[in-house]
Design a protein around this ligand. Sequence first.
Ligand code: FES
Ligand code: FE2
Length: 347
Amino acid sequence: MPYLRQAWYMAAWSRDVAAGTPLAITMLDEPLVLYRRTDGAPVVLEDRCCHRLAPLSLGRVEGDDIRCLYHGLKFAPDGACCEMPGASRPPRAMKVRAFPVIERYSAIFVWMGDAERADASLLPDFVGVEDPRWRMLPGRMEYEADYTLIQDNLLDLSHVAWVHRNSFGRGEAERSRAWAEGELSIRELARGVRVTRWMPDSPTPLPQVPMVGPRCDRWSSFDYLAPGFFLMRGAVFPVGSVPERGEDPPMDAAVSRSFTAQAVTPLTRRRTAYYFCFGPAVEDPGAERLQHAFRDLALMAFEEDKTLIERQQQVIDADPSRKMVLFDVDRAPSLYRKVLERLRASE
Ligand code: FES
Ligand SMILES: [Fe+2]
């Protein structure tokens, strides 16, 4: 499947792009260089000098511009060559591609399609670490796998029961199984899929046991939005306290609430960046402790995903002719594929 091109992809957490230092990142098989102008605004150019195709990321940031340190051409934020050693005015053909970029939600997003079609309204409400409602800690991992395997993994959280039996499940069968046996509702959105899951009268996640006791009614709802944003809210309620188990329960009745925002960015066909941040609501009791407890659990769980998915990729590559045989748990991943095909067809 070709990449969705006319879309924003997350390229970095803001804190990882320092002033004065170019950062190389390949996205959708395109080598890019990120750097900051003197006012701090991010710039994204192709990481390929138009002269002899040396990487600009080996160059030097000079004010708002970047200089190639092979033969000294200097490029402005719009990609035009603005200084050529030995020439008073560089020819117009001397330029590199510039990519539209937005810095918001403590992160940097790049438009990978045609620059004139860049549409800020297509960037979802990602909710980054600076959001005042949540106490979140950020992170990043890289997978040696195609992004679609990570996307399918996030869209079908029944895998929590099996892959995360030792982290989220704490080795207790009933705690794990709640994720595979929950009451699920799945619906299509304009640019993605919403999956809501109720796990009534199920074992409470360990970090929240002090607040609600050993059992709770557990709710989680996520949107998976093109081209790869996963936004999930979760809440635990005292057993039986929510009479109607719908898509939007009364959050003020929750004993503890959590949020996670994640972004899946294909770097190449076999390498994917996975950005995440998560944490409890700031005003929830024990938020400071929960923030760290959630992070420790999630990091353990993400390593479990990575181990499985990278091995899955190797098995797939060993015989690419083998087809997958899907079943009921694949409803949301299949629906999202349809959405993606619809969006791609409209590009
Ligand atoms: S390769 Fe960049 S100036 Fe020659
Ligand atoms: Fe997982």
